[in-house]
Design a protein around this ligand. Structure first.
Ligand SMILES: Nc1ncnc2c1ncn2[C@@H]1O[C@H](COP(=O)(O)OP(=O)(O)OP(=O)(O)O)[C@@H](O)[C@H]1O
Length: 443
């Protein structure tokens, strides 16, 4: 693990941080490769200008710390286009305290990077794309340093349960306890939540003996509620009490019991929309979503497909076949509605088809991956381009319209400039500049 500090006077900053006990693995430089942390201390120059310089060079730093004191506070105005999720602005009473504070933050970032570089993590949560690494960074922070409930959002099959297990395994305390999974779609209304809360003997027809539910079993560990959006209203109310008070009653019993667990939930629904529609309790939502992380879909991280393919092939058998470049190209270009789960199934199926062969050749692909068989989005896109050609638009206009649309749609989907920039794989600054080019300029 190596974390590079970018600062105008890296040596001085490095010396000051080393004096404050920052890890040996932190290097200082005014250039170099990531993972890196940009530290800008307000001193004379407007911080916005200095930060802009760094962000142009490194749009997605692992950390971006801006430090100021009351004397330099006025120079320290963040710009709207800075990656808000990254920017950590620290105001301290004097320079000495400021350096202490920066040292603490750099140490934490260095620890986070060493978690992300750990072999066990790379083998379990495969992917090196910036969007996936940022997701892992968020999960590592929640697991290692946070303790509150965490809500994982994202399409089906994109790795939410895998991330929930990481939160548990990174938690220094909870990882010694159990990880209990409840799929809320399977909770039976007739059992009134007995799967969650347990039941007393005779509580209902088949309750021949008393039993613990998931809440009791998760004591000391993590309770993972998958598909929380499907939880029926009665159980939502009961769950709220458990989260607030850490106490619950078994079904058919009048004794309050205690359970101390960490709660992680996941859903592929728009839970905020469910709250607005009155289908999900507002108070419960805020209890389960102290932290939220959105797991990216596979389409947002196609760069990771080759790594994932290699990972699933290794899982398939001891001698993983080589993949012909043509096969890999088609796997990377394909659409996966079921995200990583679907990719895994596809890879295992292809490997099965050519079991015993040393090279995975195009013969394994079958019709679904035939060269002419473009994916659904390509066909839709082709139709739109045909319409534009019919309307007499030239290449330049078509390109500009596509770009404007891509920016608009990414911003709508992402909800923030920095996330939209990640989706579009451009820097936030580049995105802001593109937005300034109005359609009328584009002609
Ligand atoms: N980055 C990854 N590296 C390796 N395997 C992955 C990765 N992401 C997902 N998987 C695998 O893909 C499959 C689906 O992942 P997971 O069950 O975590 O998805 P999910 O989002 O919880 O799905 P659902 O919403 O349907 O419950 C699992 O087999 C998981 O191990």
């Amino acid at each position: 693990m190596r974390i590079v500090l970018h600062h105008d006077d890296p040596r001085a900053l490095h010396a000051a941080l080393r004096e404050r006990g920052v890890s040996d693995e932190v290097e200082a430089s005014a250039s170099g490769d990531g993972p890196f942390v940009v530290v800008v201390i307000a001193q004379g120059e407007r911080v916005a200008d200095a930060a802009a310089r760094w962000l142009r060079r490194h749009p997605l730093p692992a950390g971006f710390i801006v430090g100021c004191t009351p004397a330099t506070r006025a120079d320290c105005q963040p710009e709207a286009w800075w990656p808000a999720s990254l920017c950590d602005m620290v105001l301290a009473d004097d320079e000495d305290i400021l350096l202490d504070e920066i040292a603490r933050r750099v140490d934490r970032l260095a620890e986070m990077e060493s978690i992300l570089d750990a072999e066990w993590l790379r083998e379990r949560a495969v992917g090196a794309s910036a969007i996936w690494r940022n997701t892992l960074r968020a999960v590592a922070e929640i697991g290692r340093f946070g303790d509150g409930a965490c809500l994982l959002l994202g399409e089906s099959g994109c790795g939410k349960e895998l991330l929930a297990r990481l939160v548990h395994d990174l938690d220094p305390v909870r990882r010694r306890g159990p990880f209990v999974v409840v799929d809320c779609t399977t909770l039976s209304p007739e059992l009134s939540g007995s799967e969650l809360f347990g039941h007393a003997k005779g509580a209902f027809t088949h309750a021949v003996s008393a039993r613990d539910g998931a809440v009791a079993m998760a004591d000391g560990g993590t309770l993972f509620l998958d598909e929380i959006g499907e939880l029926e209203p009665r159980l939502q109310a009961r769950l709220l009490r458990v989260i607030q008070e850490r106490t619950y009653k078994r079904i058919g019993e009048d004794v309050w019991r205690k359970s101390d667990f960490r709660l992680t939930c996941a859903t592929n629904r728009d839970l905020e929309g469910e709250v607005l529609a009155g289908r999900f309790r507002n108070d419960l939502y805020f209890r389960i979503a102290r932290w939220t992380v959105r797991a990216p879909s596979l389409a947002e991280r196609r760069d990771d497909i080759p790594l994932l393919v290699a990972h699933f092939l290794a899982e398939h058998g001891d001698a993983a076949p080589q993949v012909m470049p043509e096969v890999m190209q088609r796997l990377v270009a394909a659409d996966y509605q079921g995200n990583v789960r679907e990719l895994r199934n596809v890879v295992l199926r292809l490997a099965d088809r050519q079991r015993g062969f040393r090279v995975l050749s195009t013969g394994c692909l079958g019709d679904a991956f035939a060269p002419g068989a473009s994916s659904g989005w390509e066909q839709t896109f082709a139709l739109a381009v045909e319409g534009a050609l019919d309307a007499g638009l030239g290449l330049k206009n078509i390109g500009q319209i596509a770009e404007t649309l891509a920016v608009e749609l990414a911003e709508r989907r992402a909800g923030s400039t920095s996330r939209a920039a990640e989706l579009l794989r451009v820097t936030p600054r580049a995105l802001q500049l593109r937005r300034q080019v109005r359609p009328s300029d584009a002609g």
